[in-house]
Ligand binder design. Structure first.
Ligand code: SAM
Length: 280
């Protein structure tokens, strides 16, 4: 009898993956963590019943969340990642030699432990001496960042979704955006994912409304991520200066999704998406 992992994108839409085996399952202090070996996408990380990342298509999300802001910022020396416990984002960020330090603030040490054990392709960067992993709530961490020396050039929020009562909800509030802005250097940029618009359009509206109010520039871009519901997945940026739609540098080495053309095209939003954006 085949085993299937089923995720509810809404009360009326489900996604399912054929699973060859459940490799690991644990209830951490923050969430239910599962590692599934799926027939279509290989090893997959699931948190509280929501697909987070799969070996088969993680490159799309991680390349687009990392390289779009980093390659459109003139000199991204200090990077903050909030969430990102699976390691895929830090791997992409640390590909860039111009990045001098990365602080990854992950609330759940169990996720990092699971990633080290079951997702070695994601956690290559965990041994990079430029990376410092802090186990804390990202919202609280930002509130403790008070001095100039603590500021960042790029802040990337790679969290679980804001829906429900998971810890990701603290990273989508107006107070959080205020603290993000305060933690950025002059000319700094921040990006967070704003989910699958066909299923959670309110996330894009809520974030763009607040970010338009707080930042000189608010920009949304998108990618197609097969593992996420509805195929279209969005990212929203708040910028203190740089235009994220314009890559300033070429990327050393090969990517599997990102190119300068894909970078620019990602900001070309269909009218359907344009209408979901609230301009403050
Ligand atoms: N790629 C995924 C996505 O698109 O949704 C994100 C994957 S990553 C595993 C999400 C991480 O965010 C998890 O490890 C979770 O523990 C972490 N997280 C959630 N809320 C957090 C918070 N308030 N502070 C820090 N980390 C948080």
């Amino acid at each position: 009898m085949a085993l299937w992992f089923v995720e509810s994108a809404s009360a009326a839409h489900k996604l399912q993956w054929k699973v060859t085996r459940e490799v690991y399952s644990v209830e951490s202090s923050f969430q239910h963590i599962q590692v599934l070996e799926t027939e279509q996408f290989g090893m997959a990380l699931v948190l509280d019943g929501i697909m987070q990342t799969t070996l088969g298509d993680e490159f799309i999300y991680h390349e687009m969340l990392a390289l779009v802001p980093l390659l459109s910022h003139p000199d991204p020396k200090r990077v903050l990642i909030i969430g990102g416990g699976d390691g895929g984002l830090s791997r992409e960020v640390l590909r860039l030699p111009e990045v001098q330090s990365v602080v990854m603030v992950e609330i759940d040490p169990e996720v990092v432990d699971v990633a080290r054990r079951f997702f070695p392709h994601h956690t290559e960067a965990f041994n990079d001496e430029r990376l410092r992993i802090v186990f804390a709530d990202g919202a609280n961490f930002l509130q403790s960042q008070a001095t100039e020396a603590d500021k960042f050039d790029v802040i990337l929020v790679d969290s679980t979704d804001p829906e429900g009562d998971g810890p990701g909800r603290f990273l989508y509030t107006s107070e959080f955006h205020r603290d993000v802005k305060r933690a950025l250097n002059d000319g700094g940029v921040y990006v967070q994912h704003t989910g699958a618009p066909f299923f959670n359009p309110e996330v894009l509206g809520m974030v763009t409304e607040d970010v338009h109010r707080k930042f000189p520039l608010c920009q949304t871009y998108w990618a197609s991520v097969p593992s996420y519901p509805g195929g279209i997945f969005t990212f929203t940026a708040g910028s203190m200066g740089p235009d994220l739609s314009k890559p300033l540098r070429e990327l050393p080495g090969e990517c599997r999704w990102y190119t300068p053309e894909i970078h620019r095209l990602a900001f070309s939003l269909p009218p359907y998406l344009q209408k979901l954006i609230v301009r403050g």
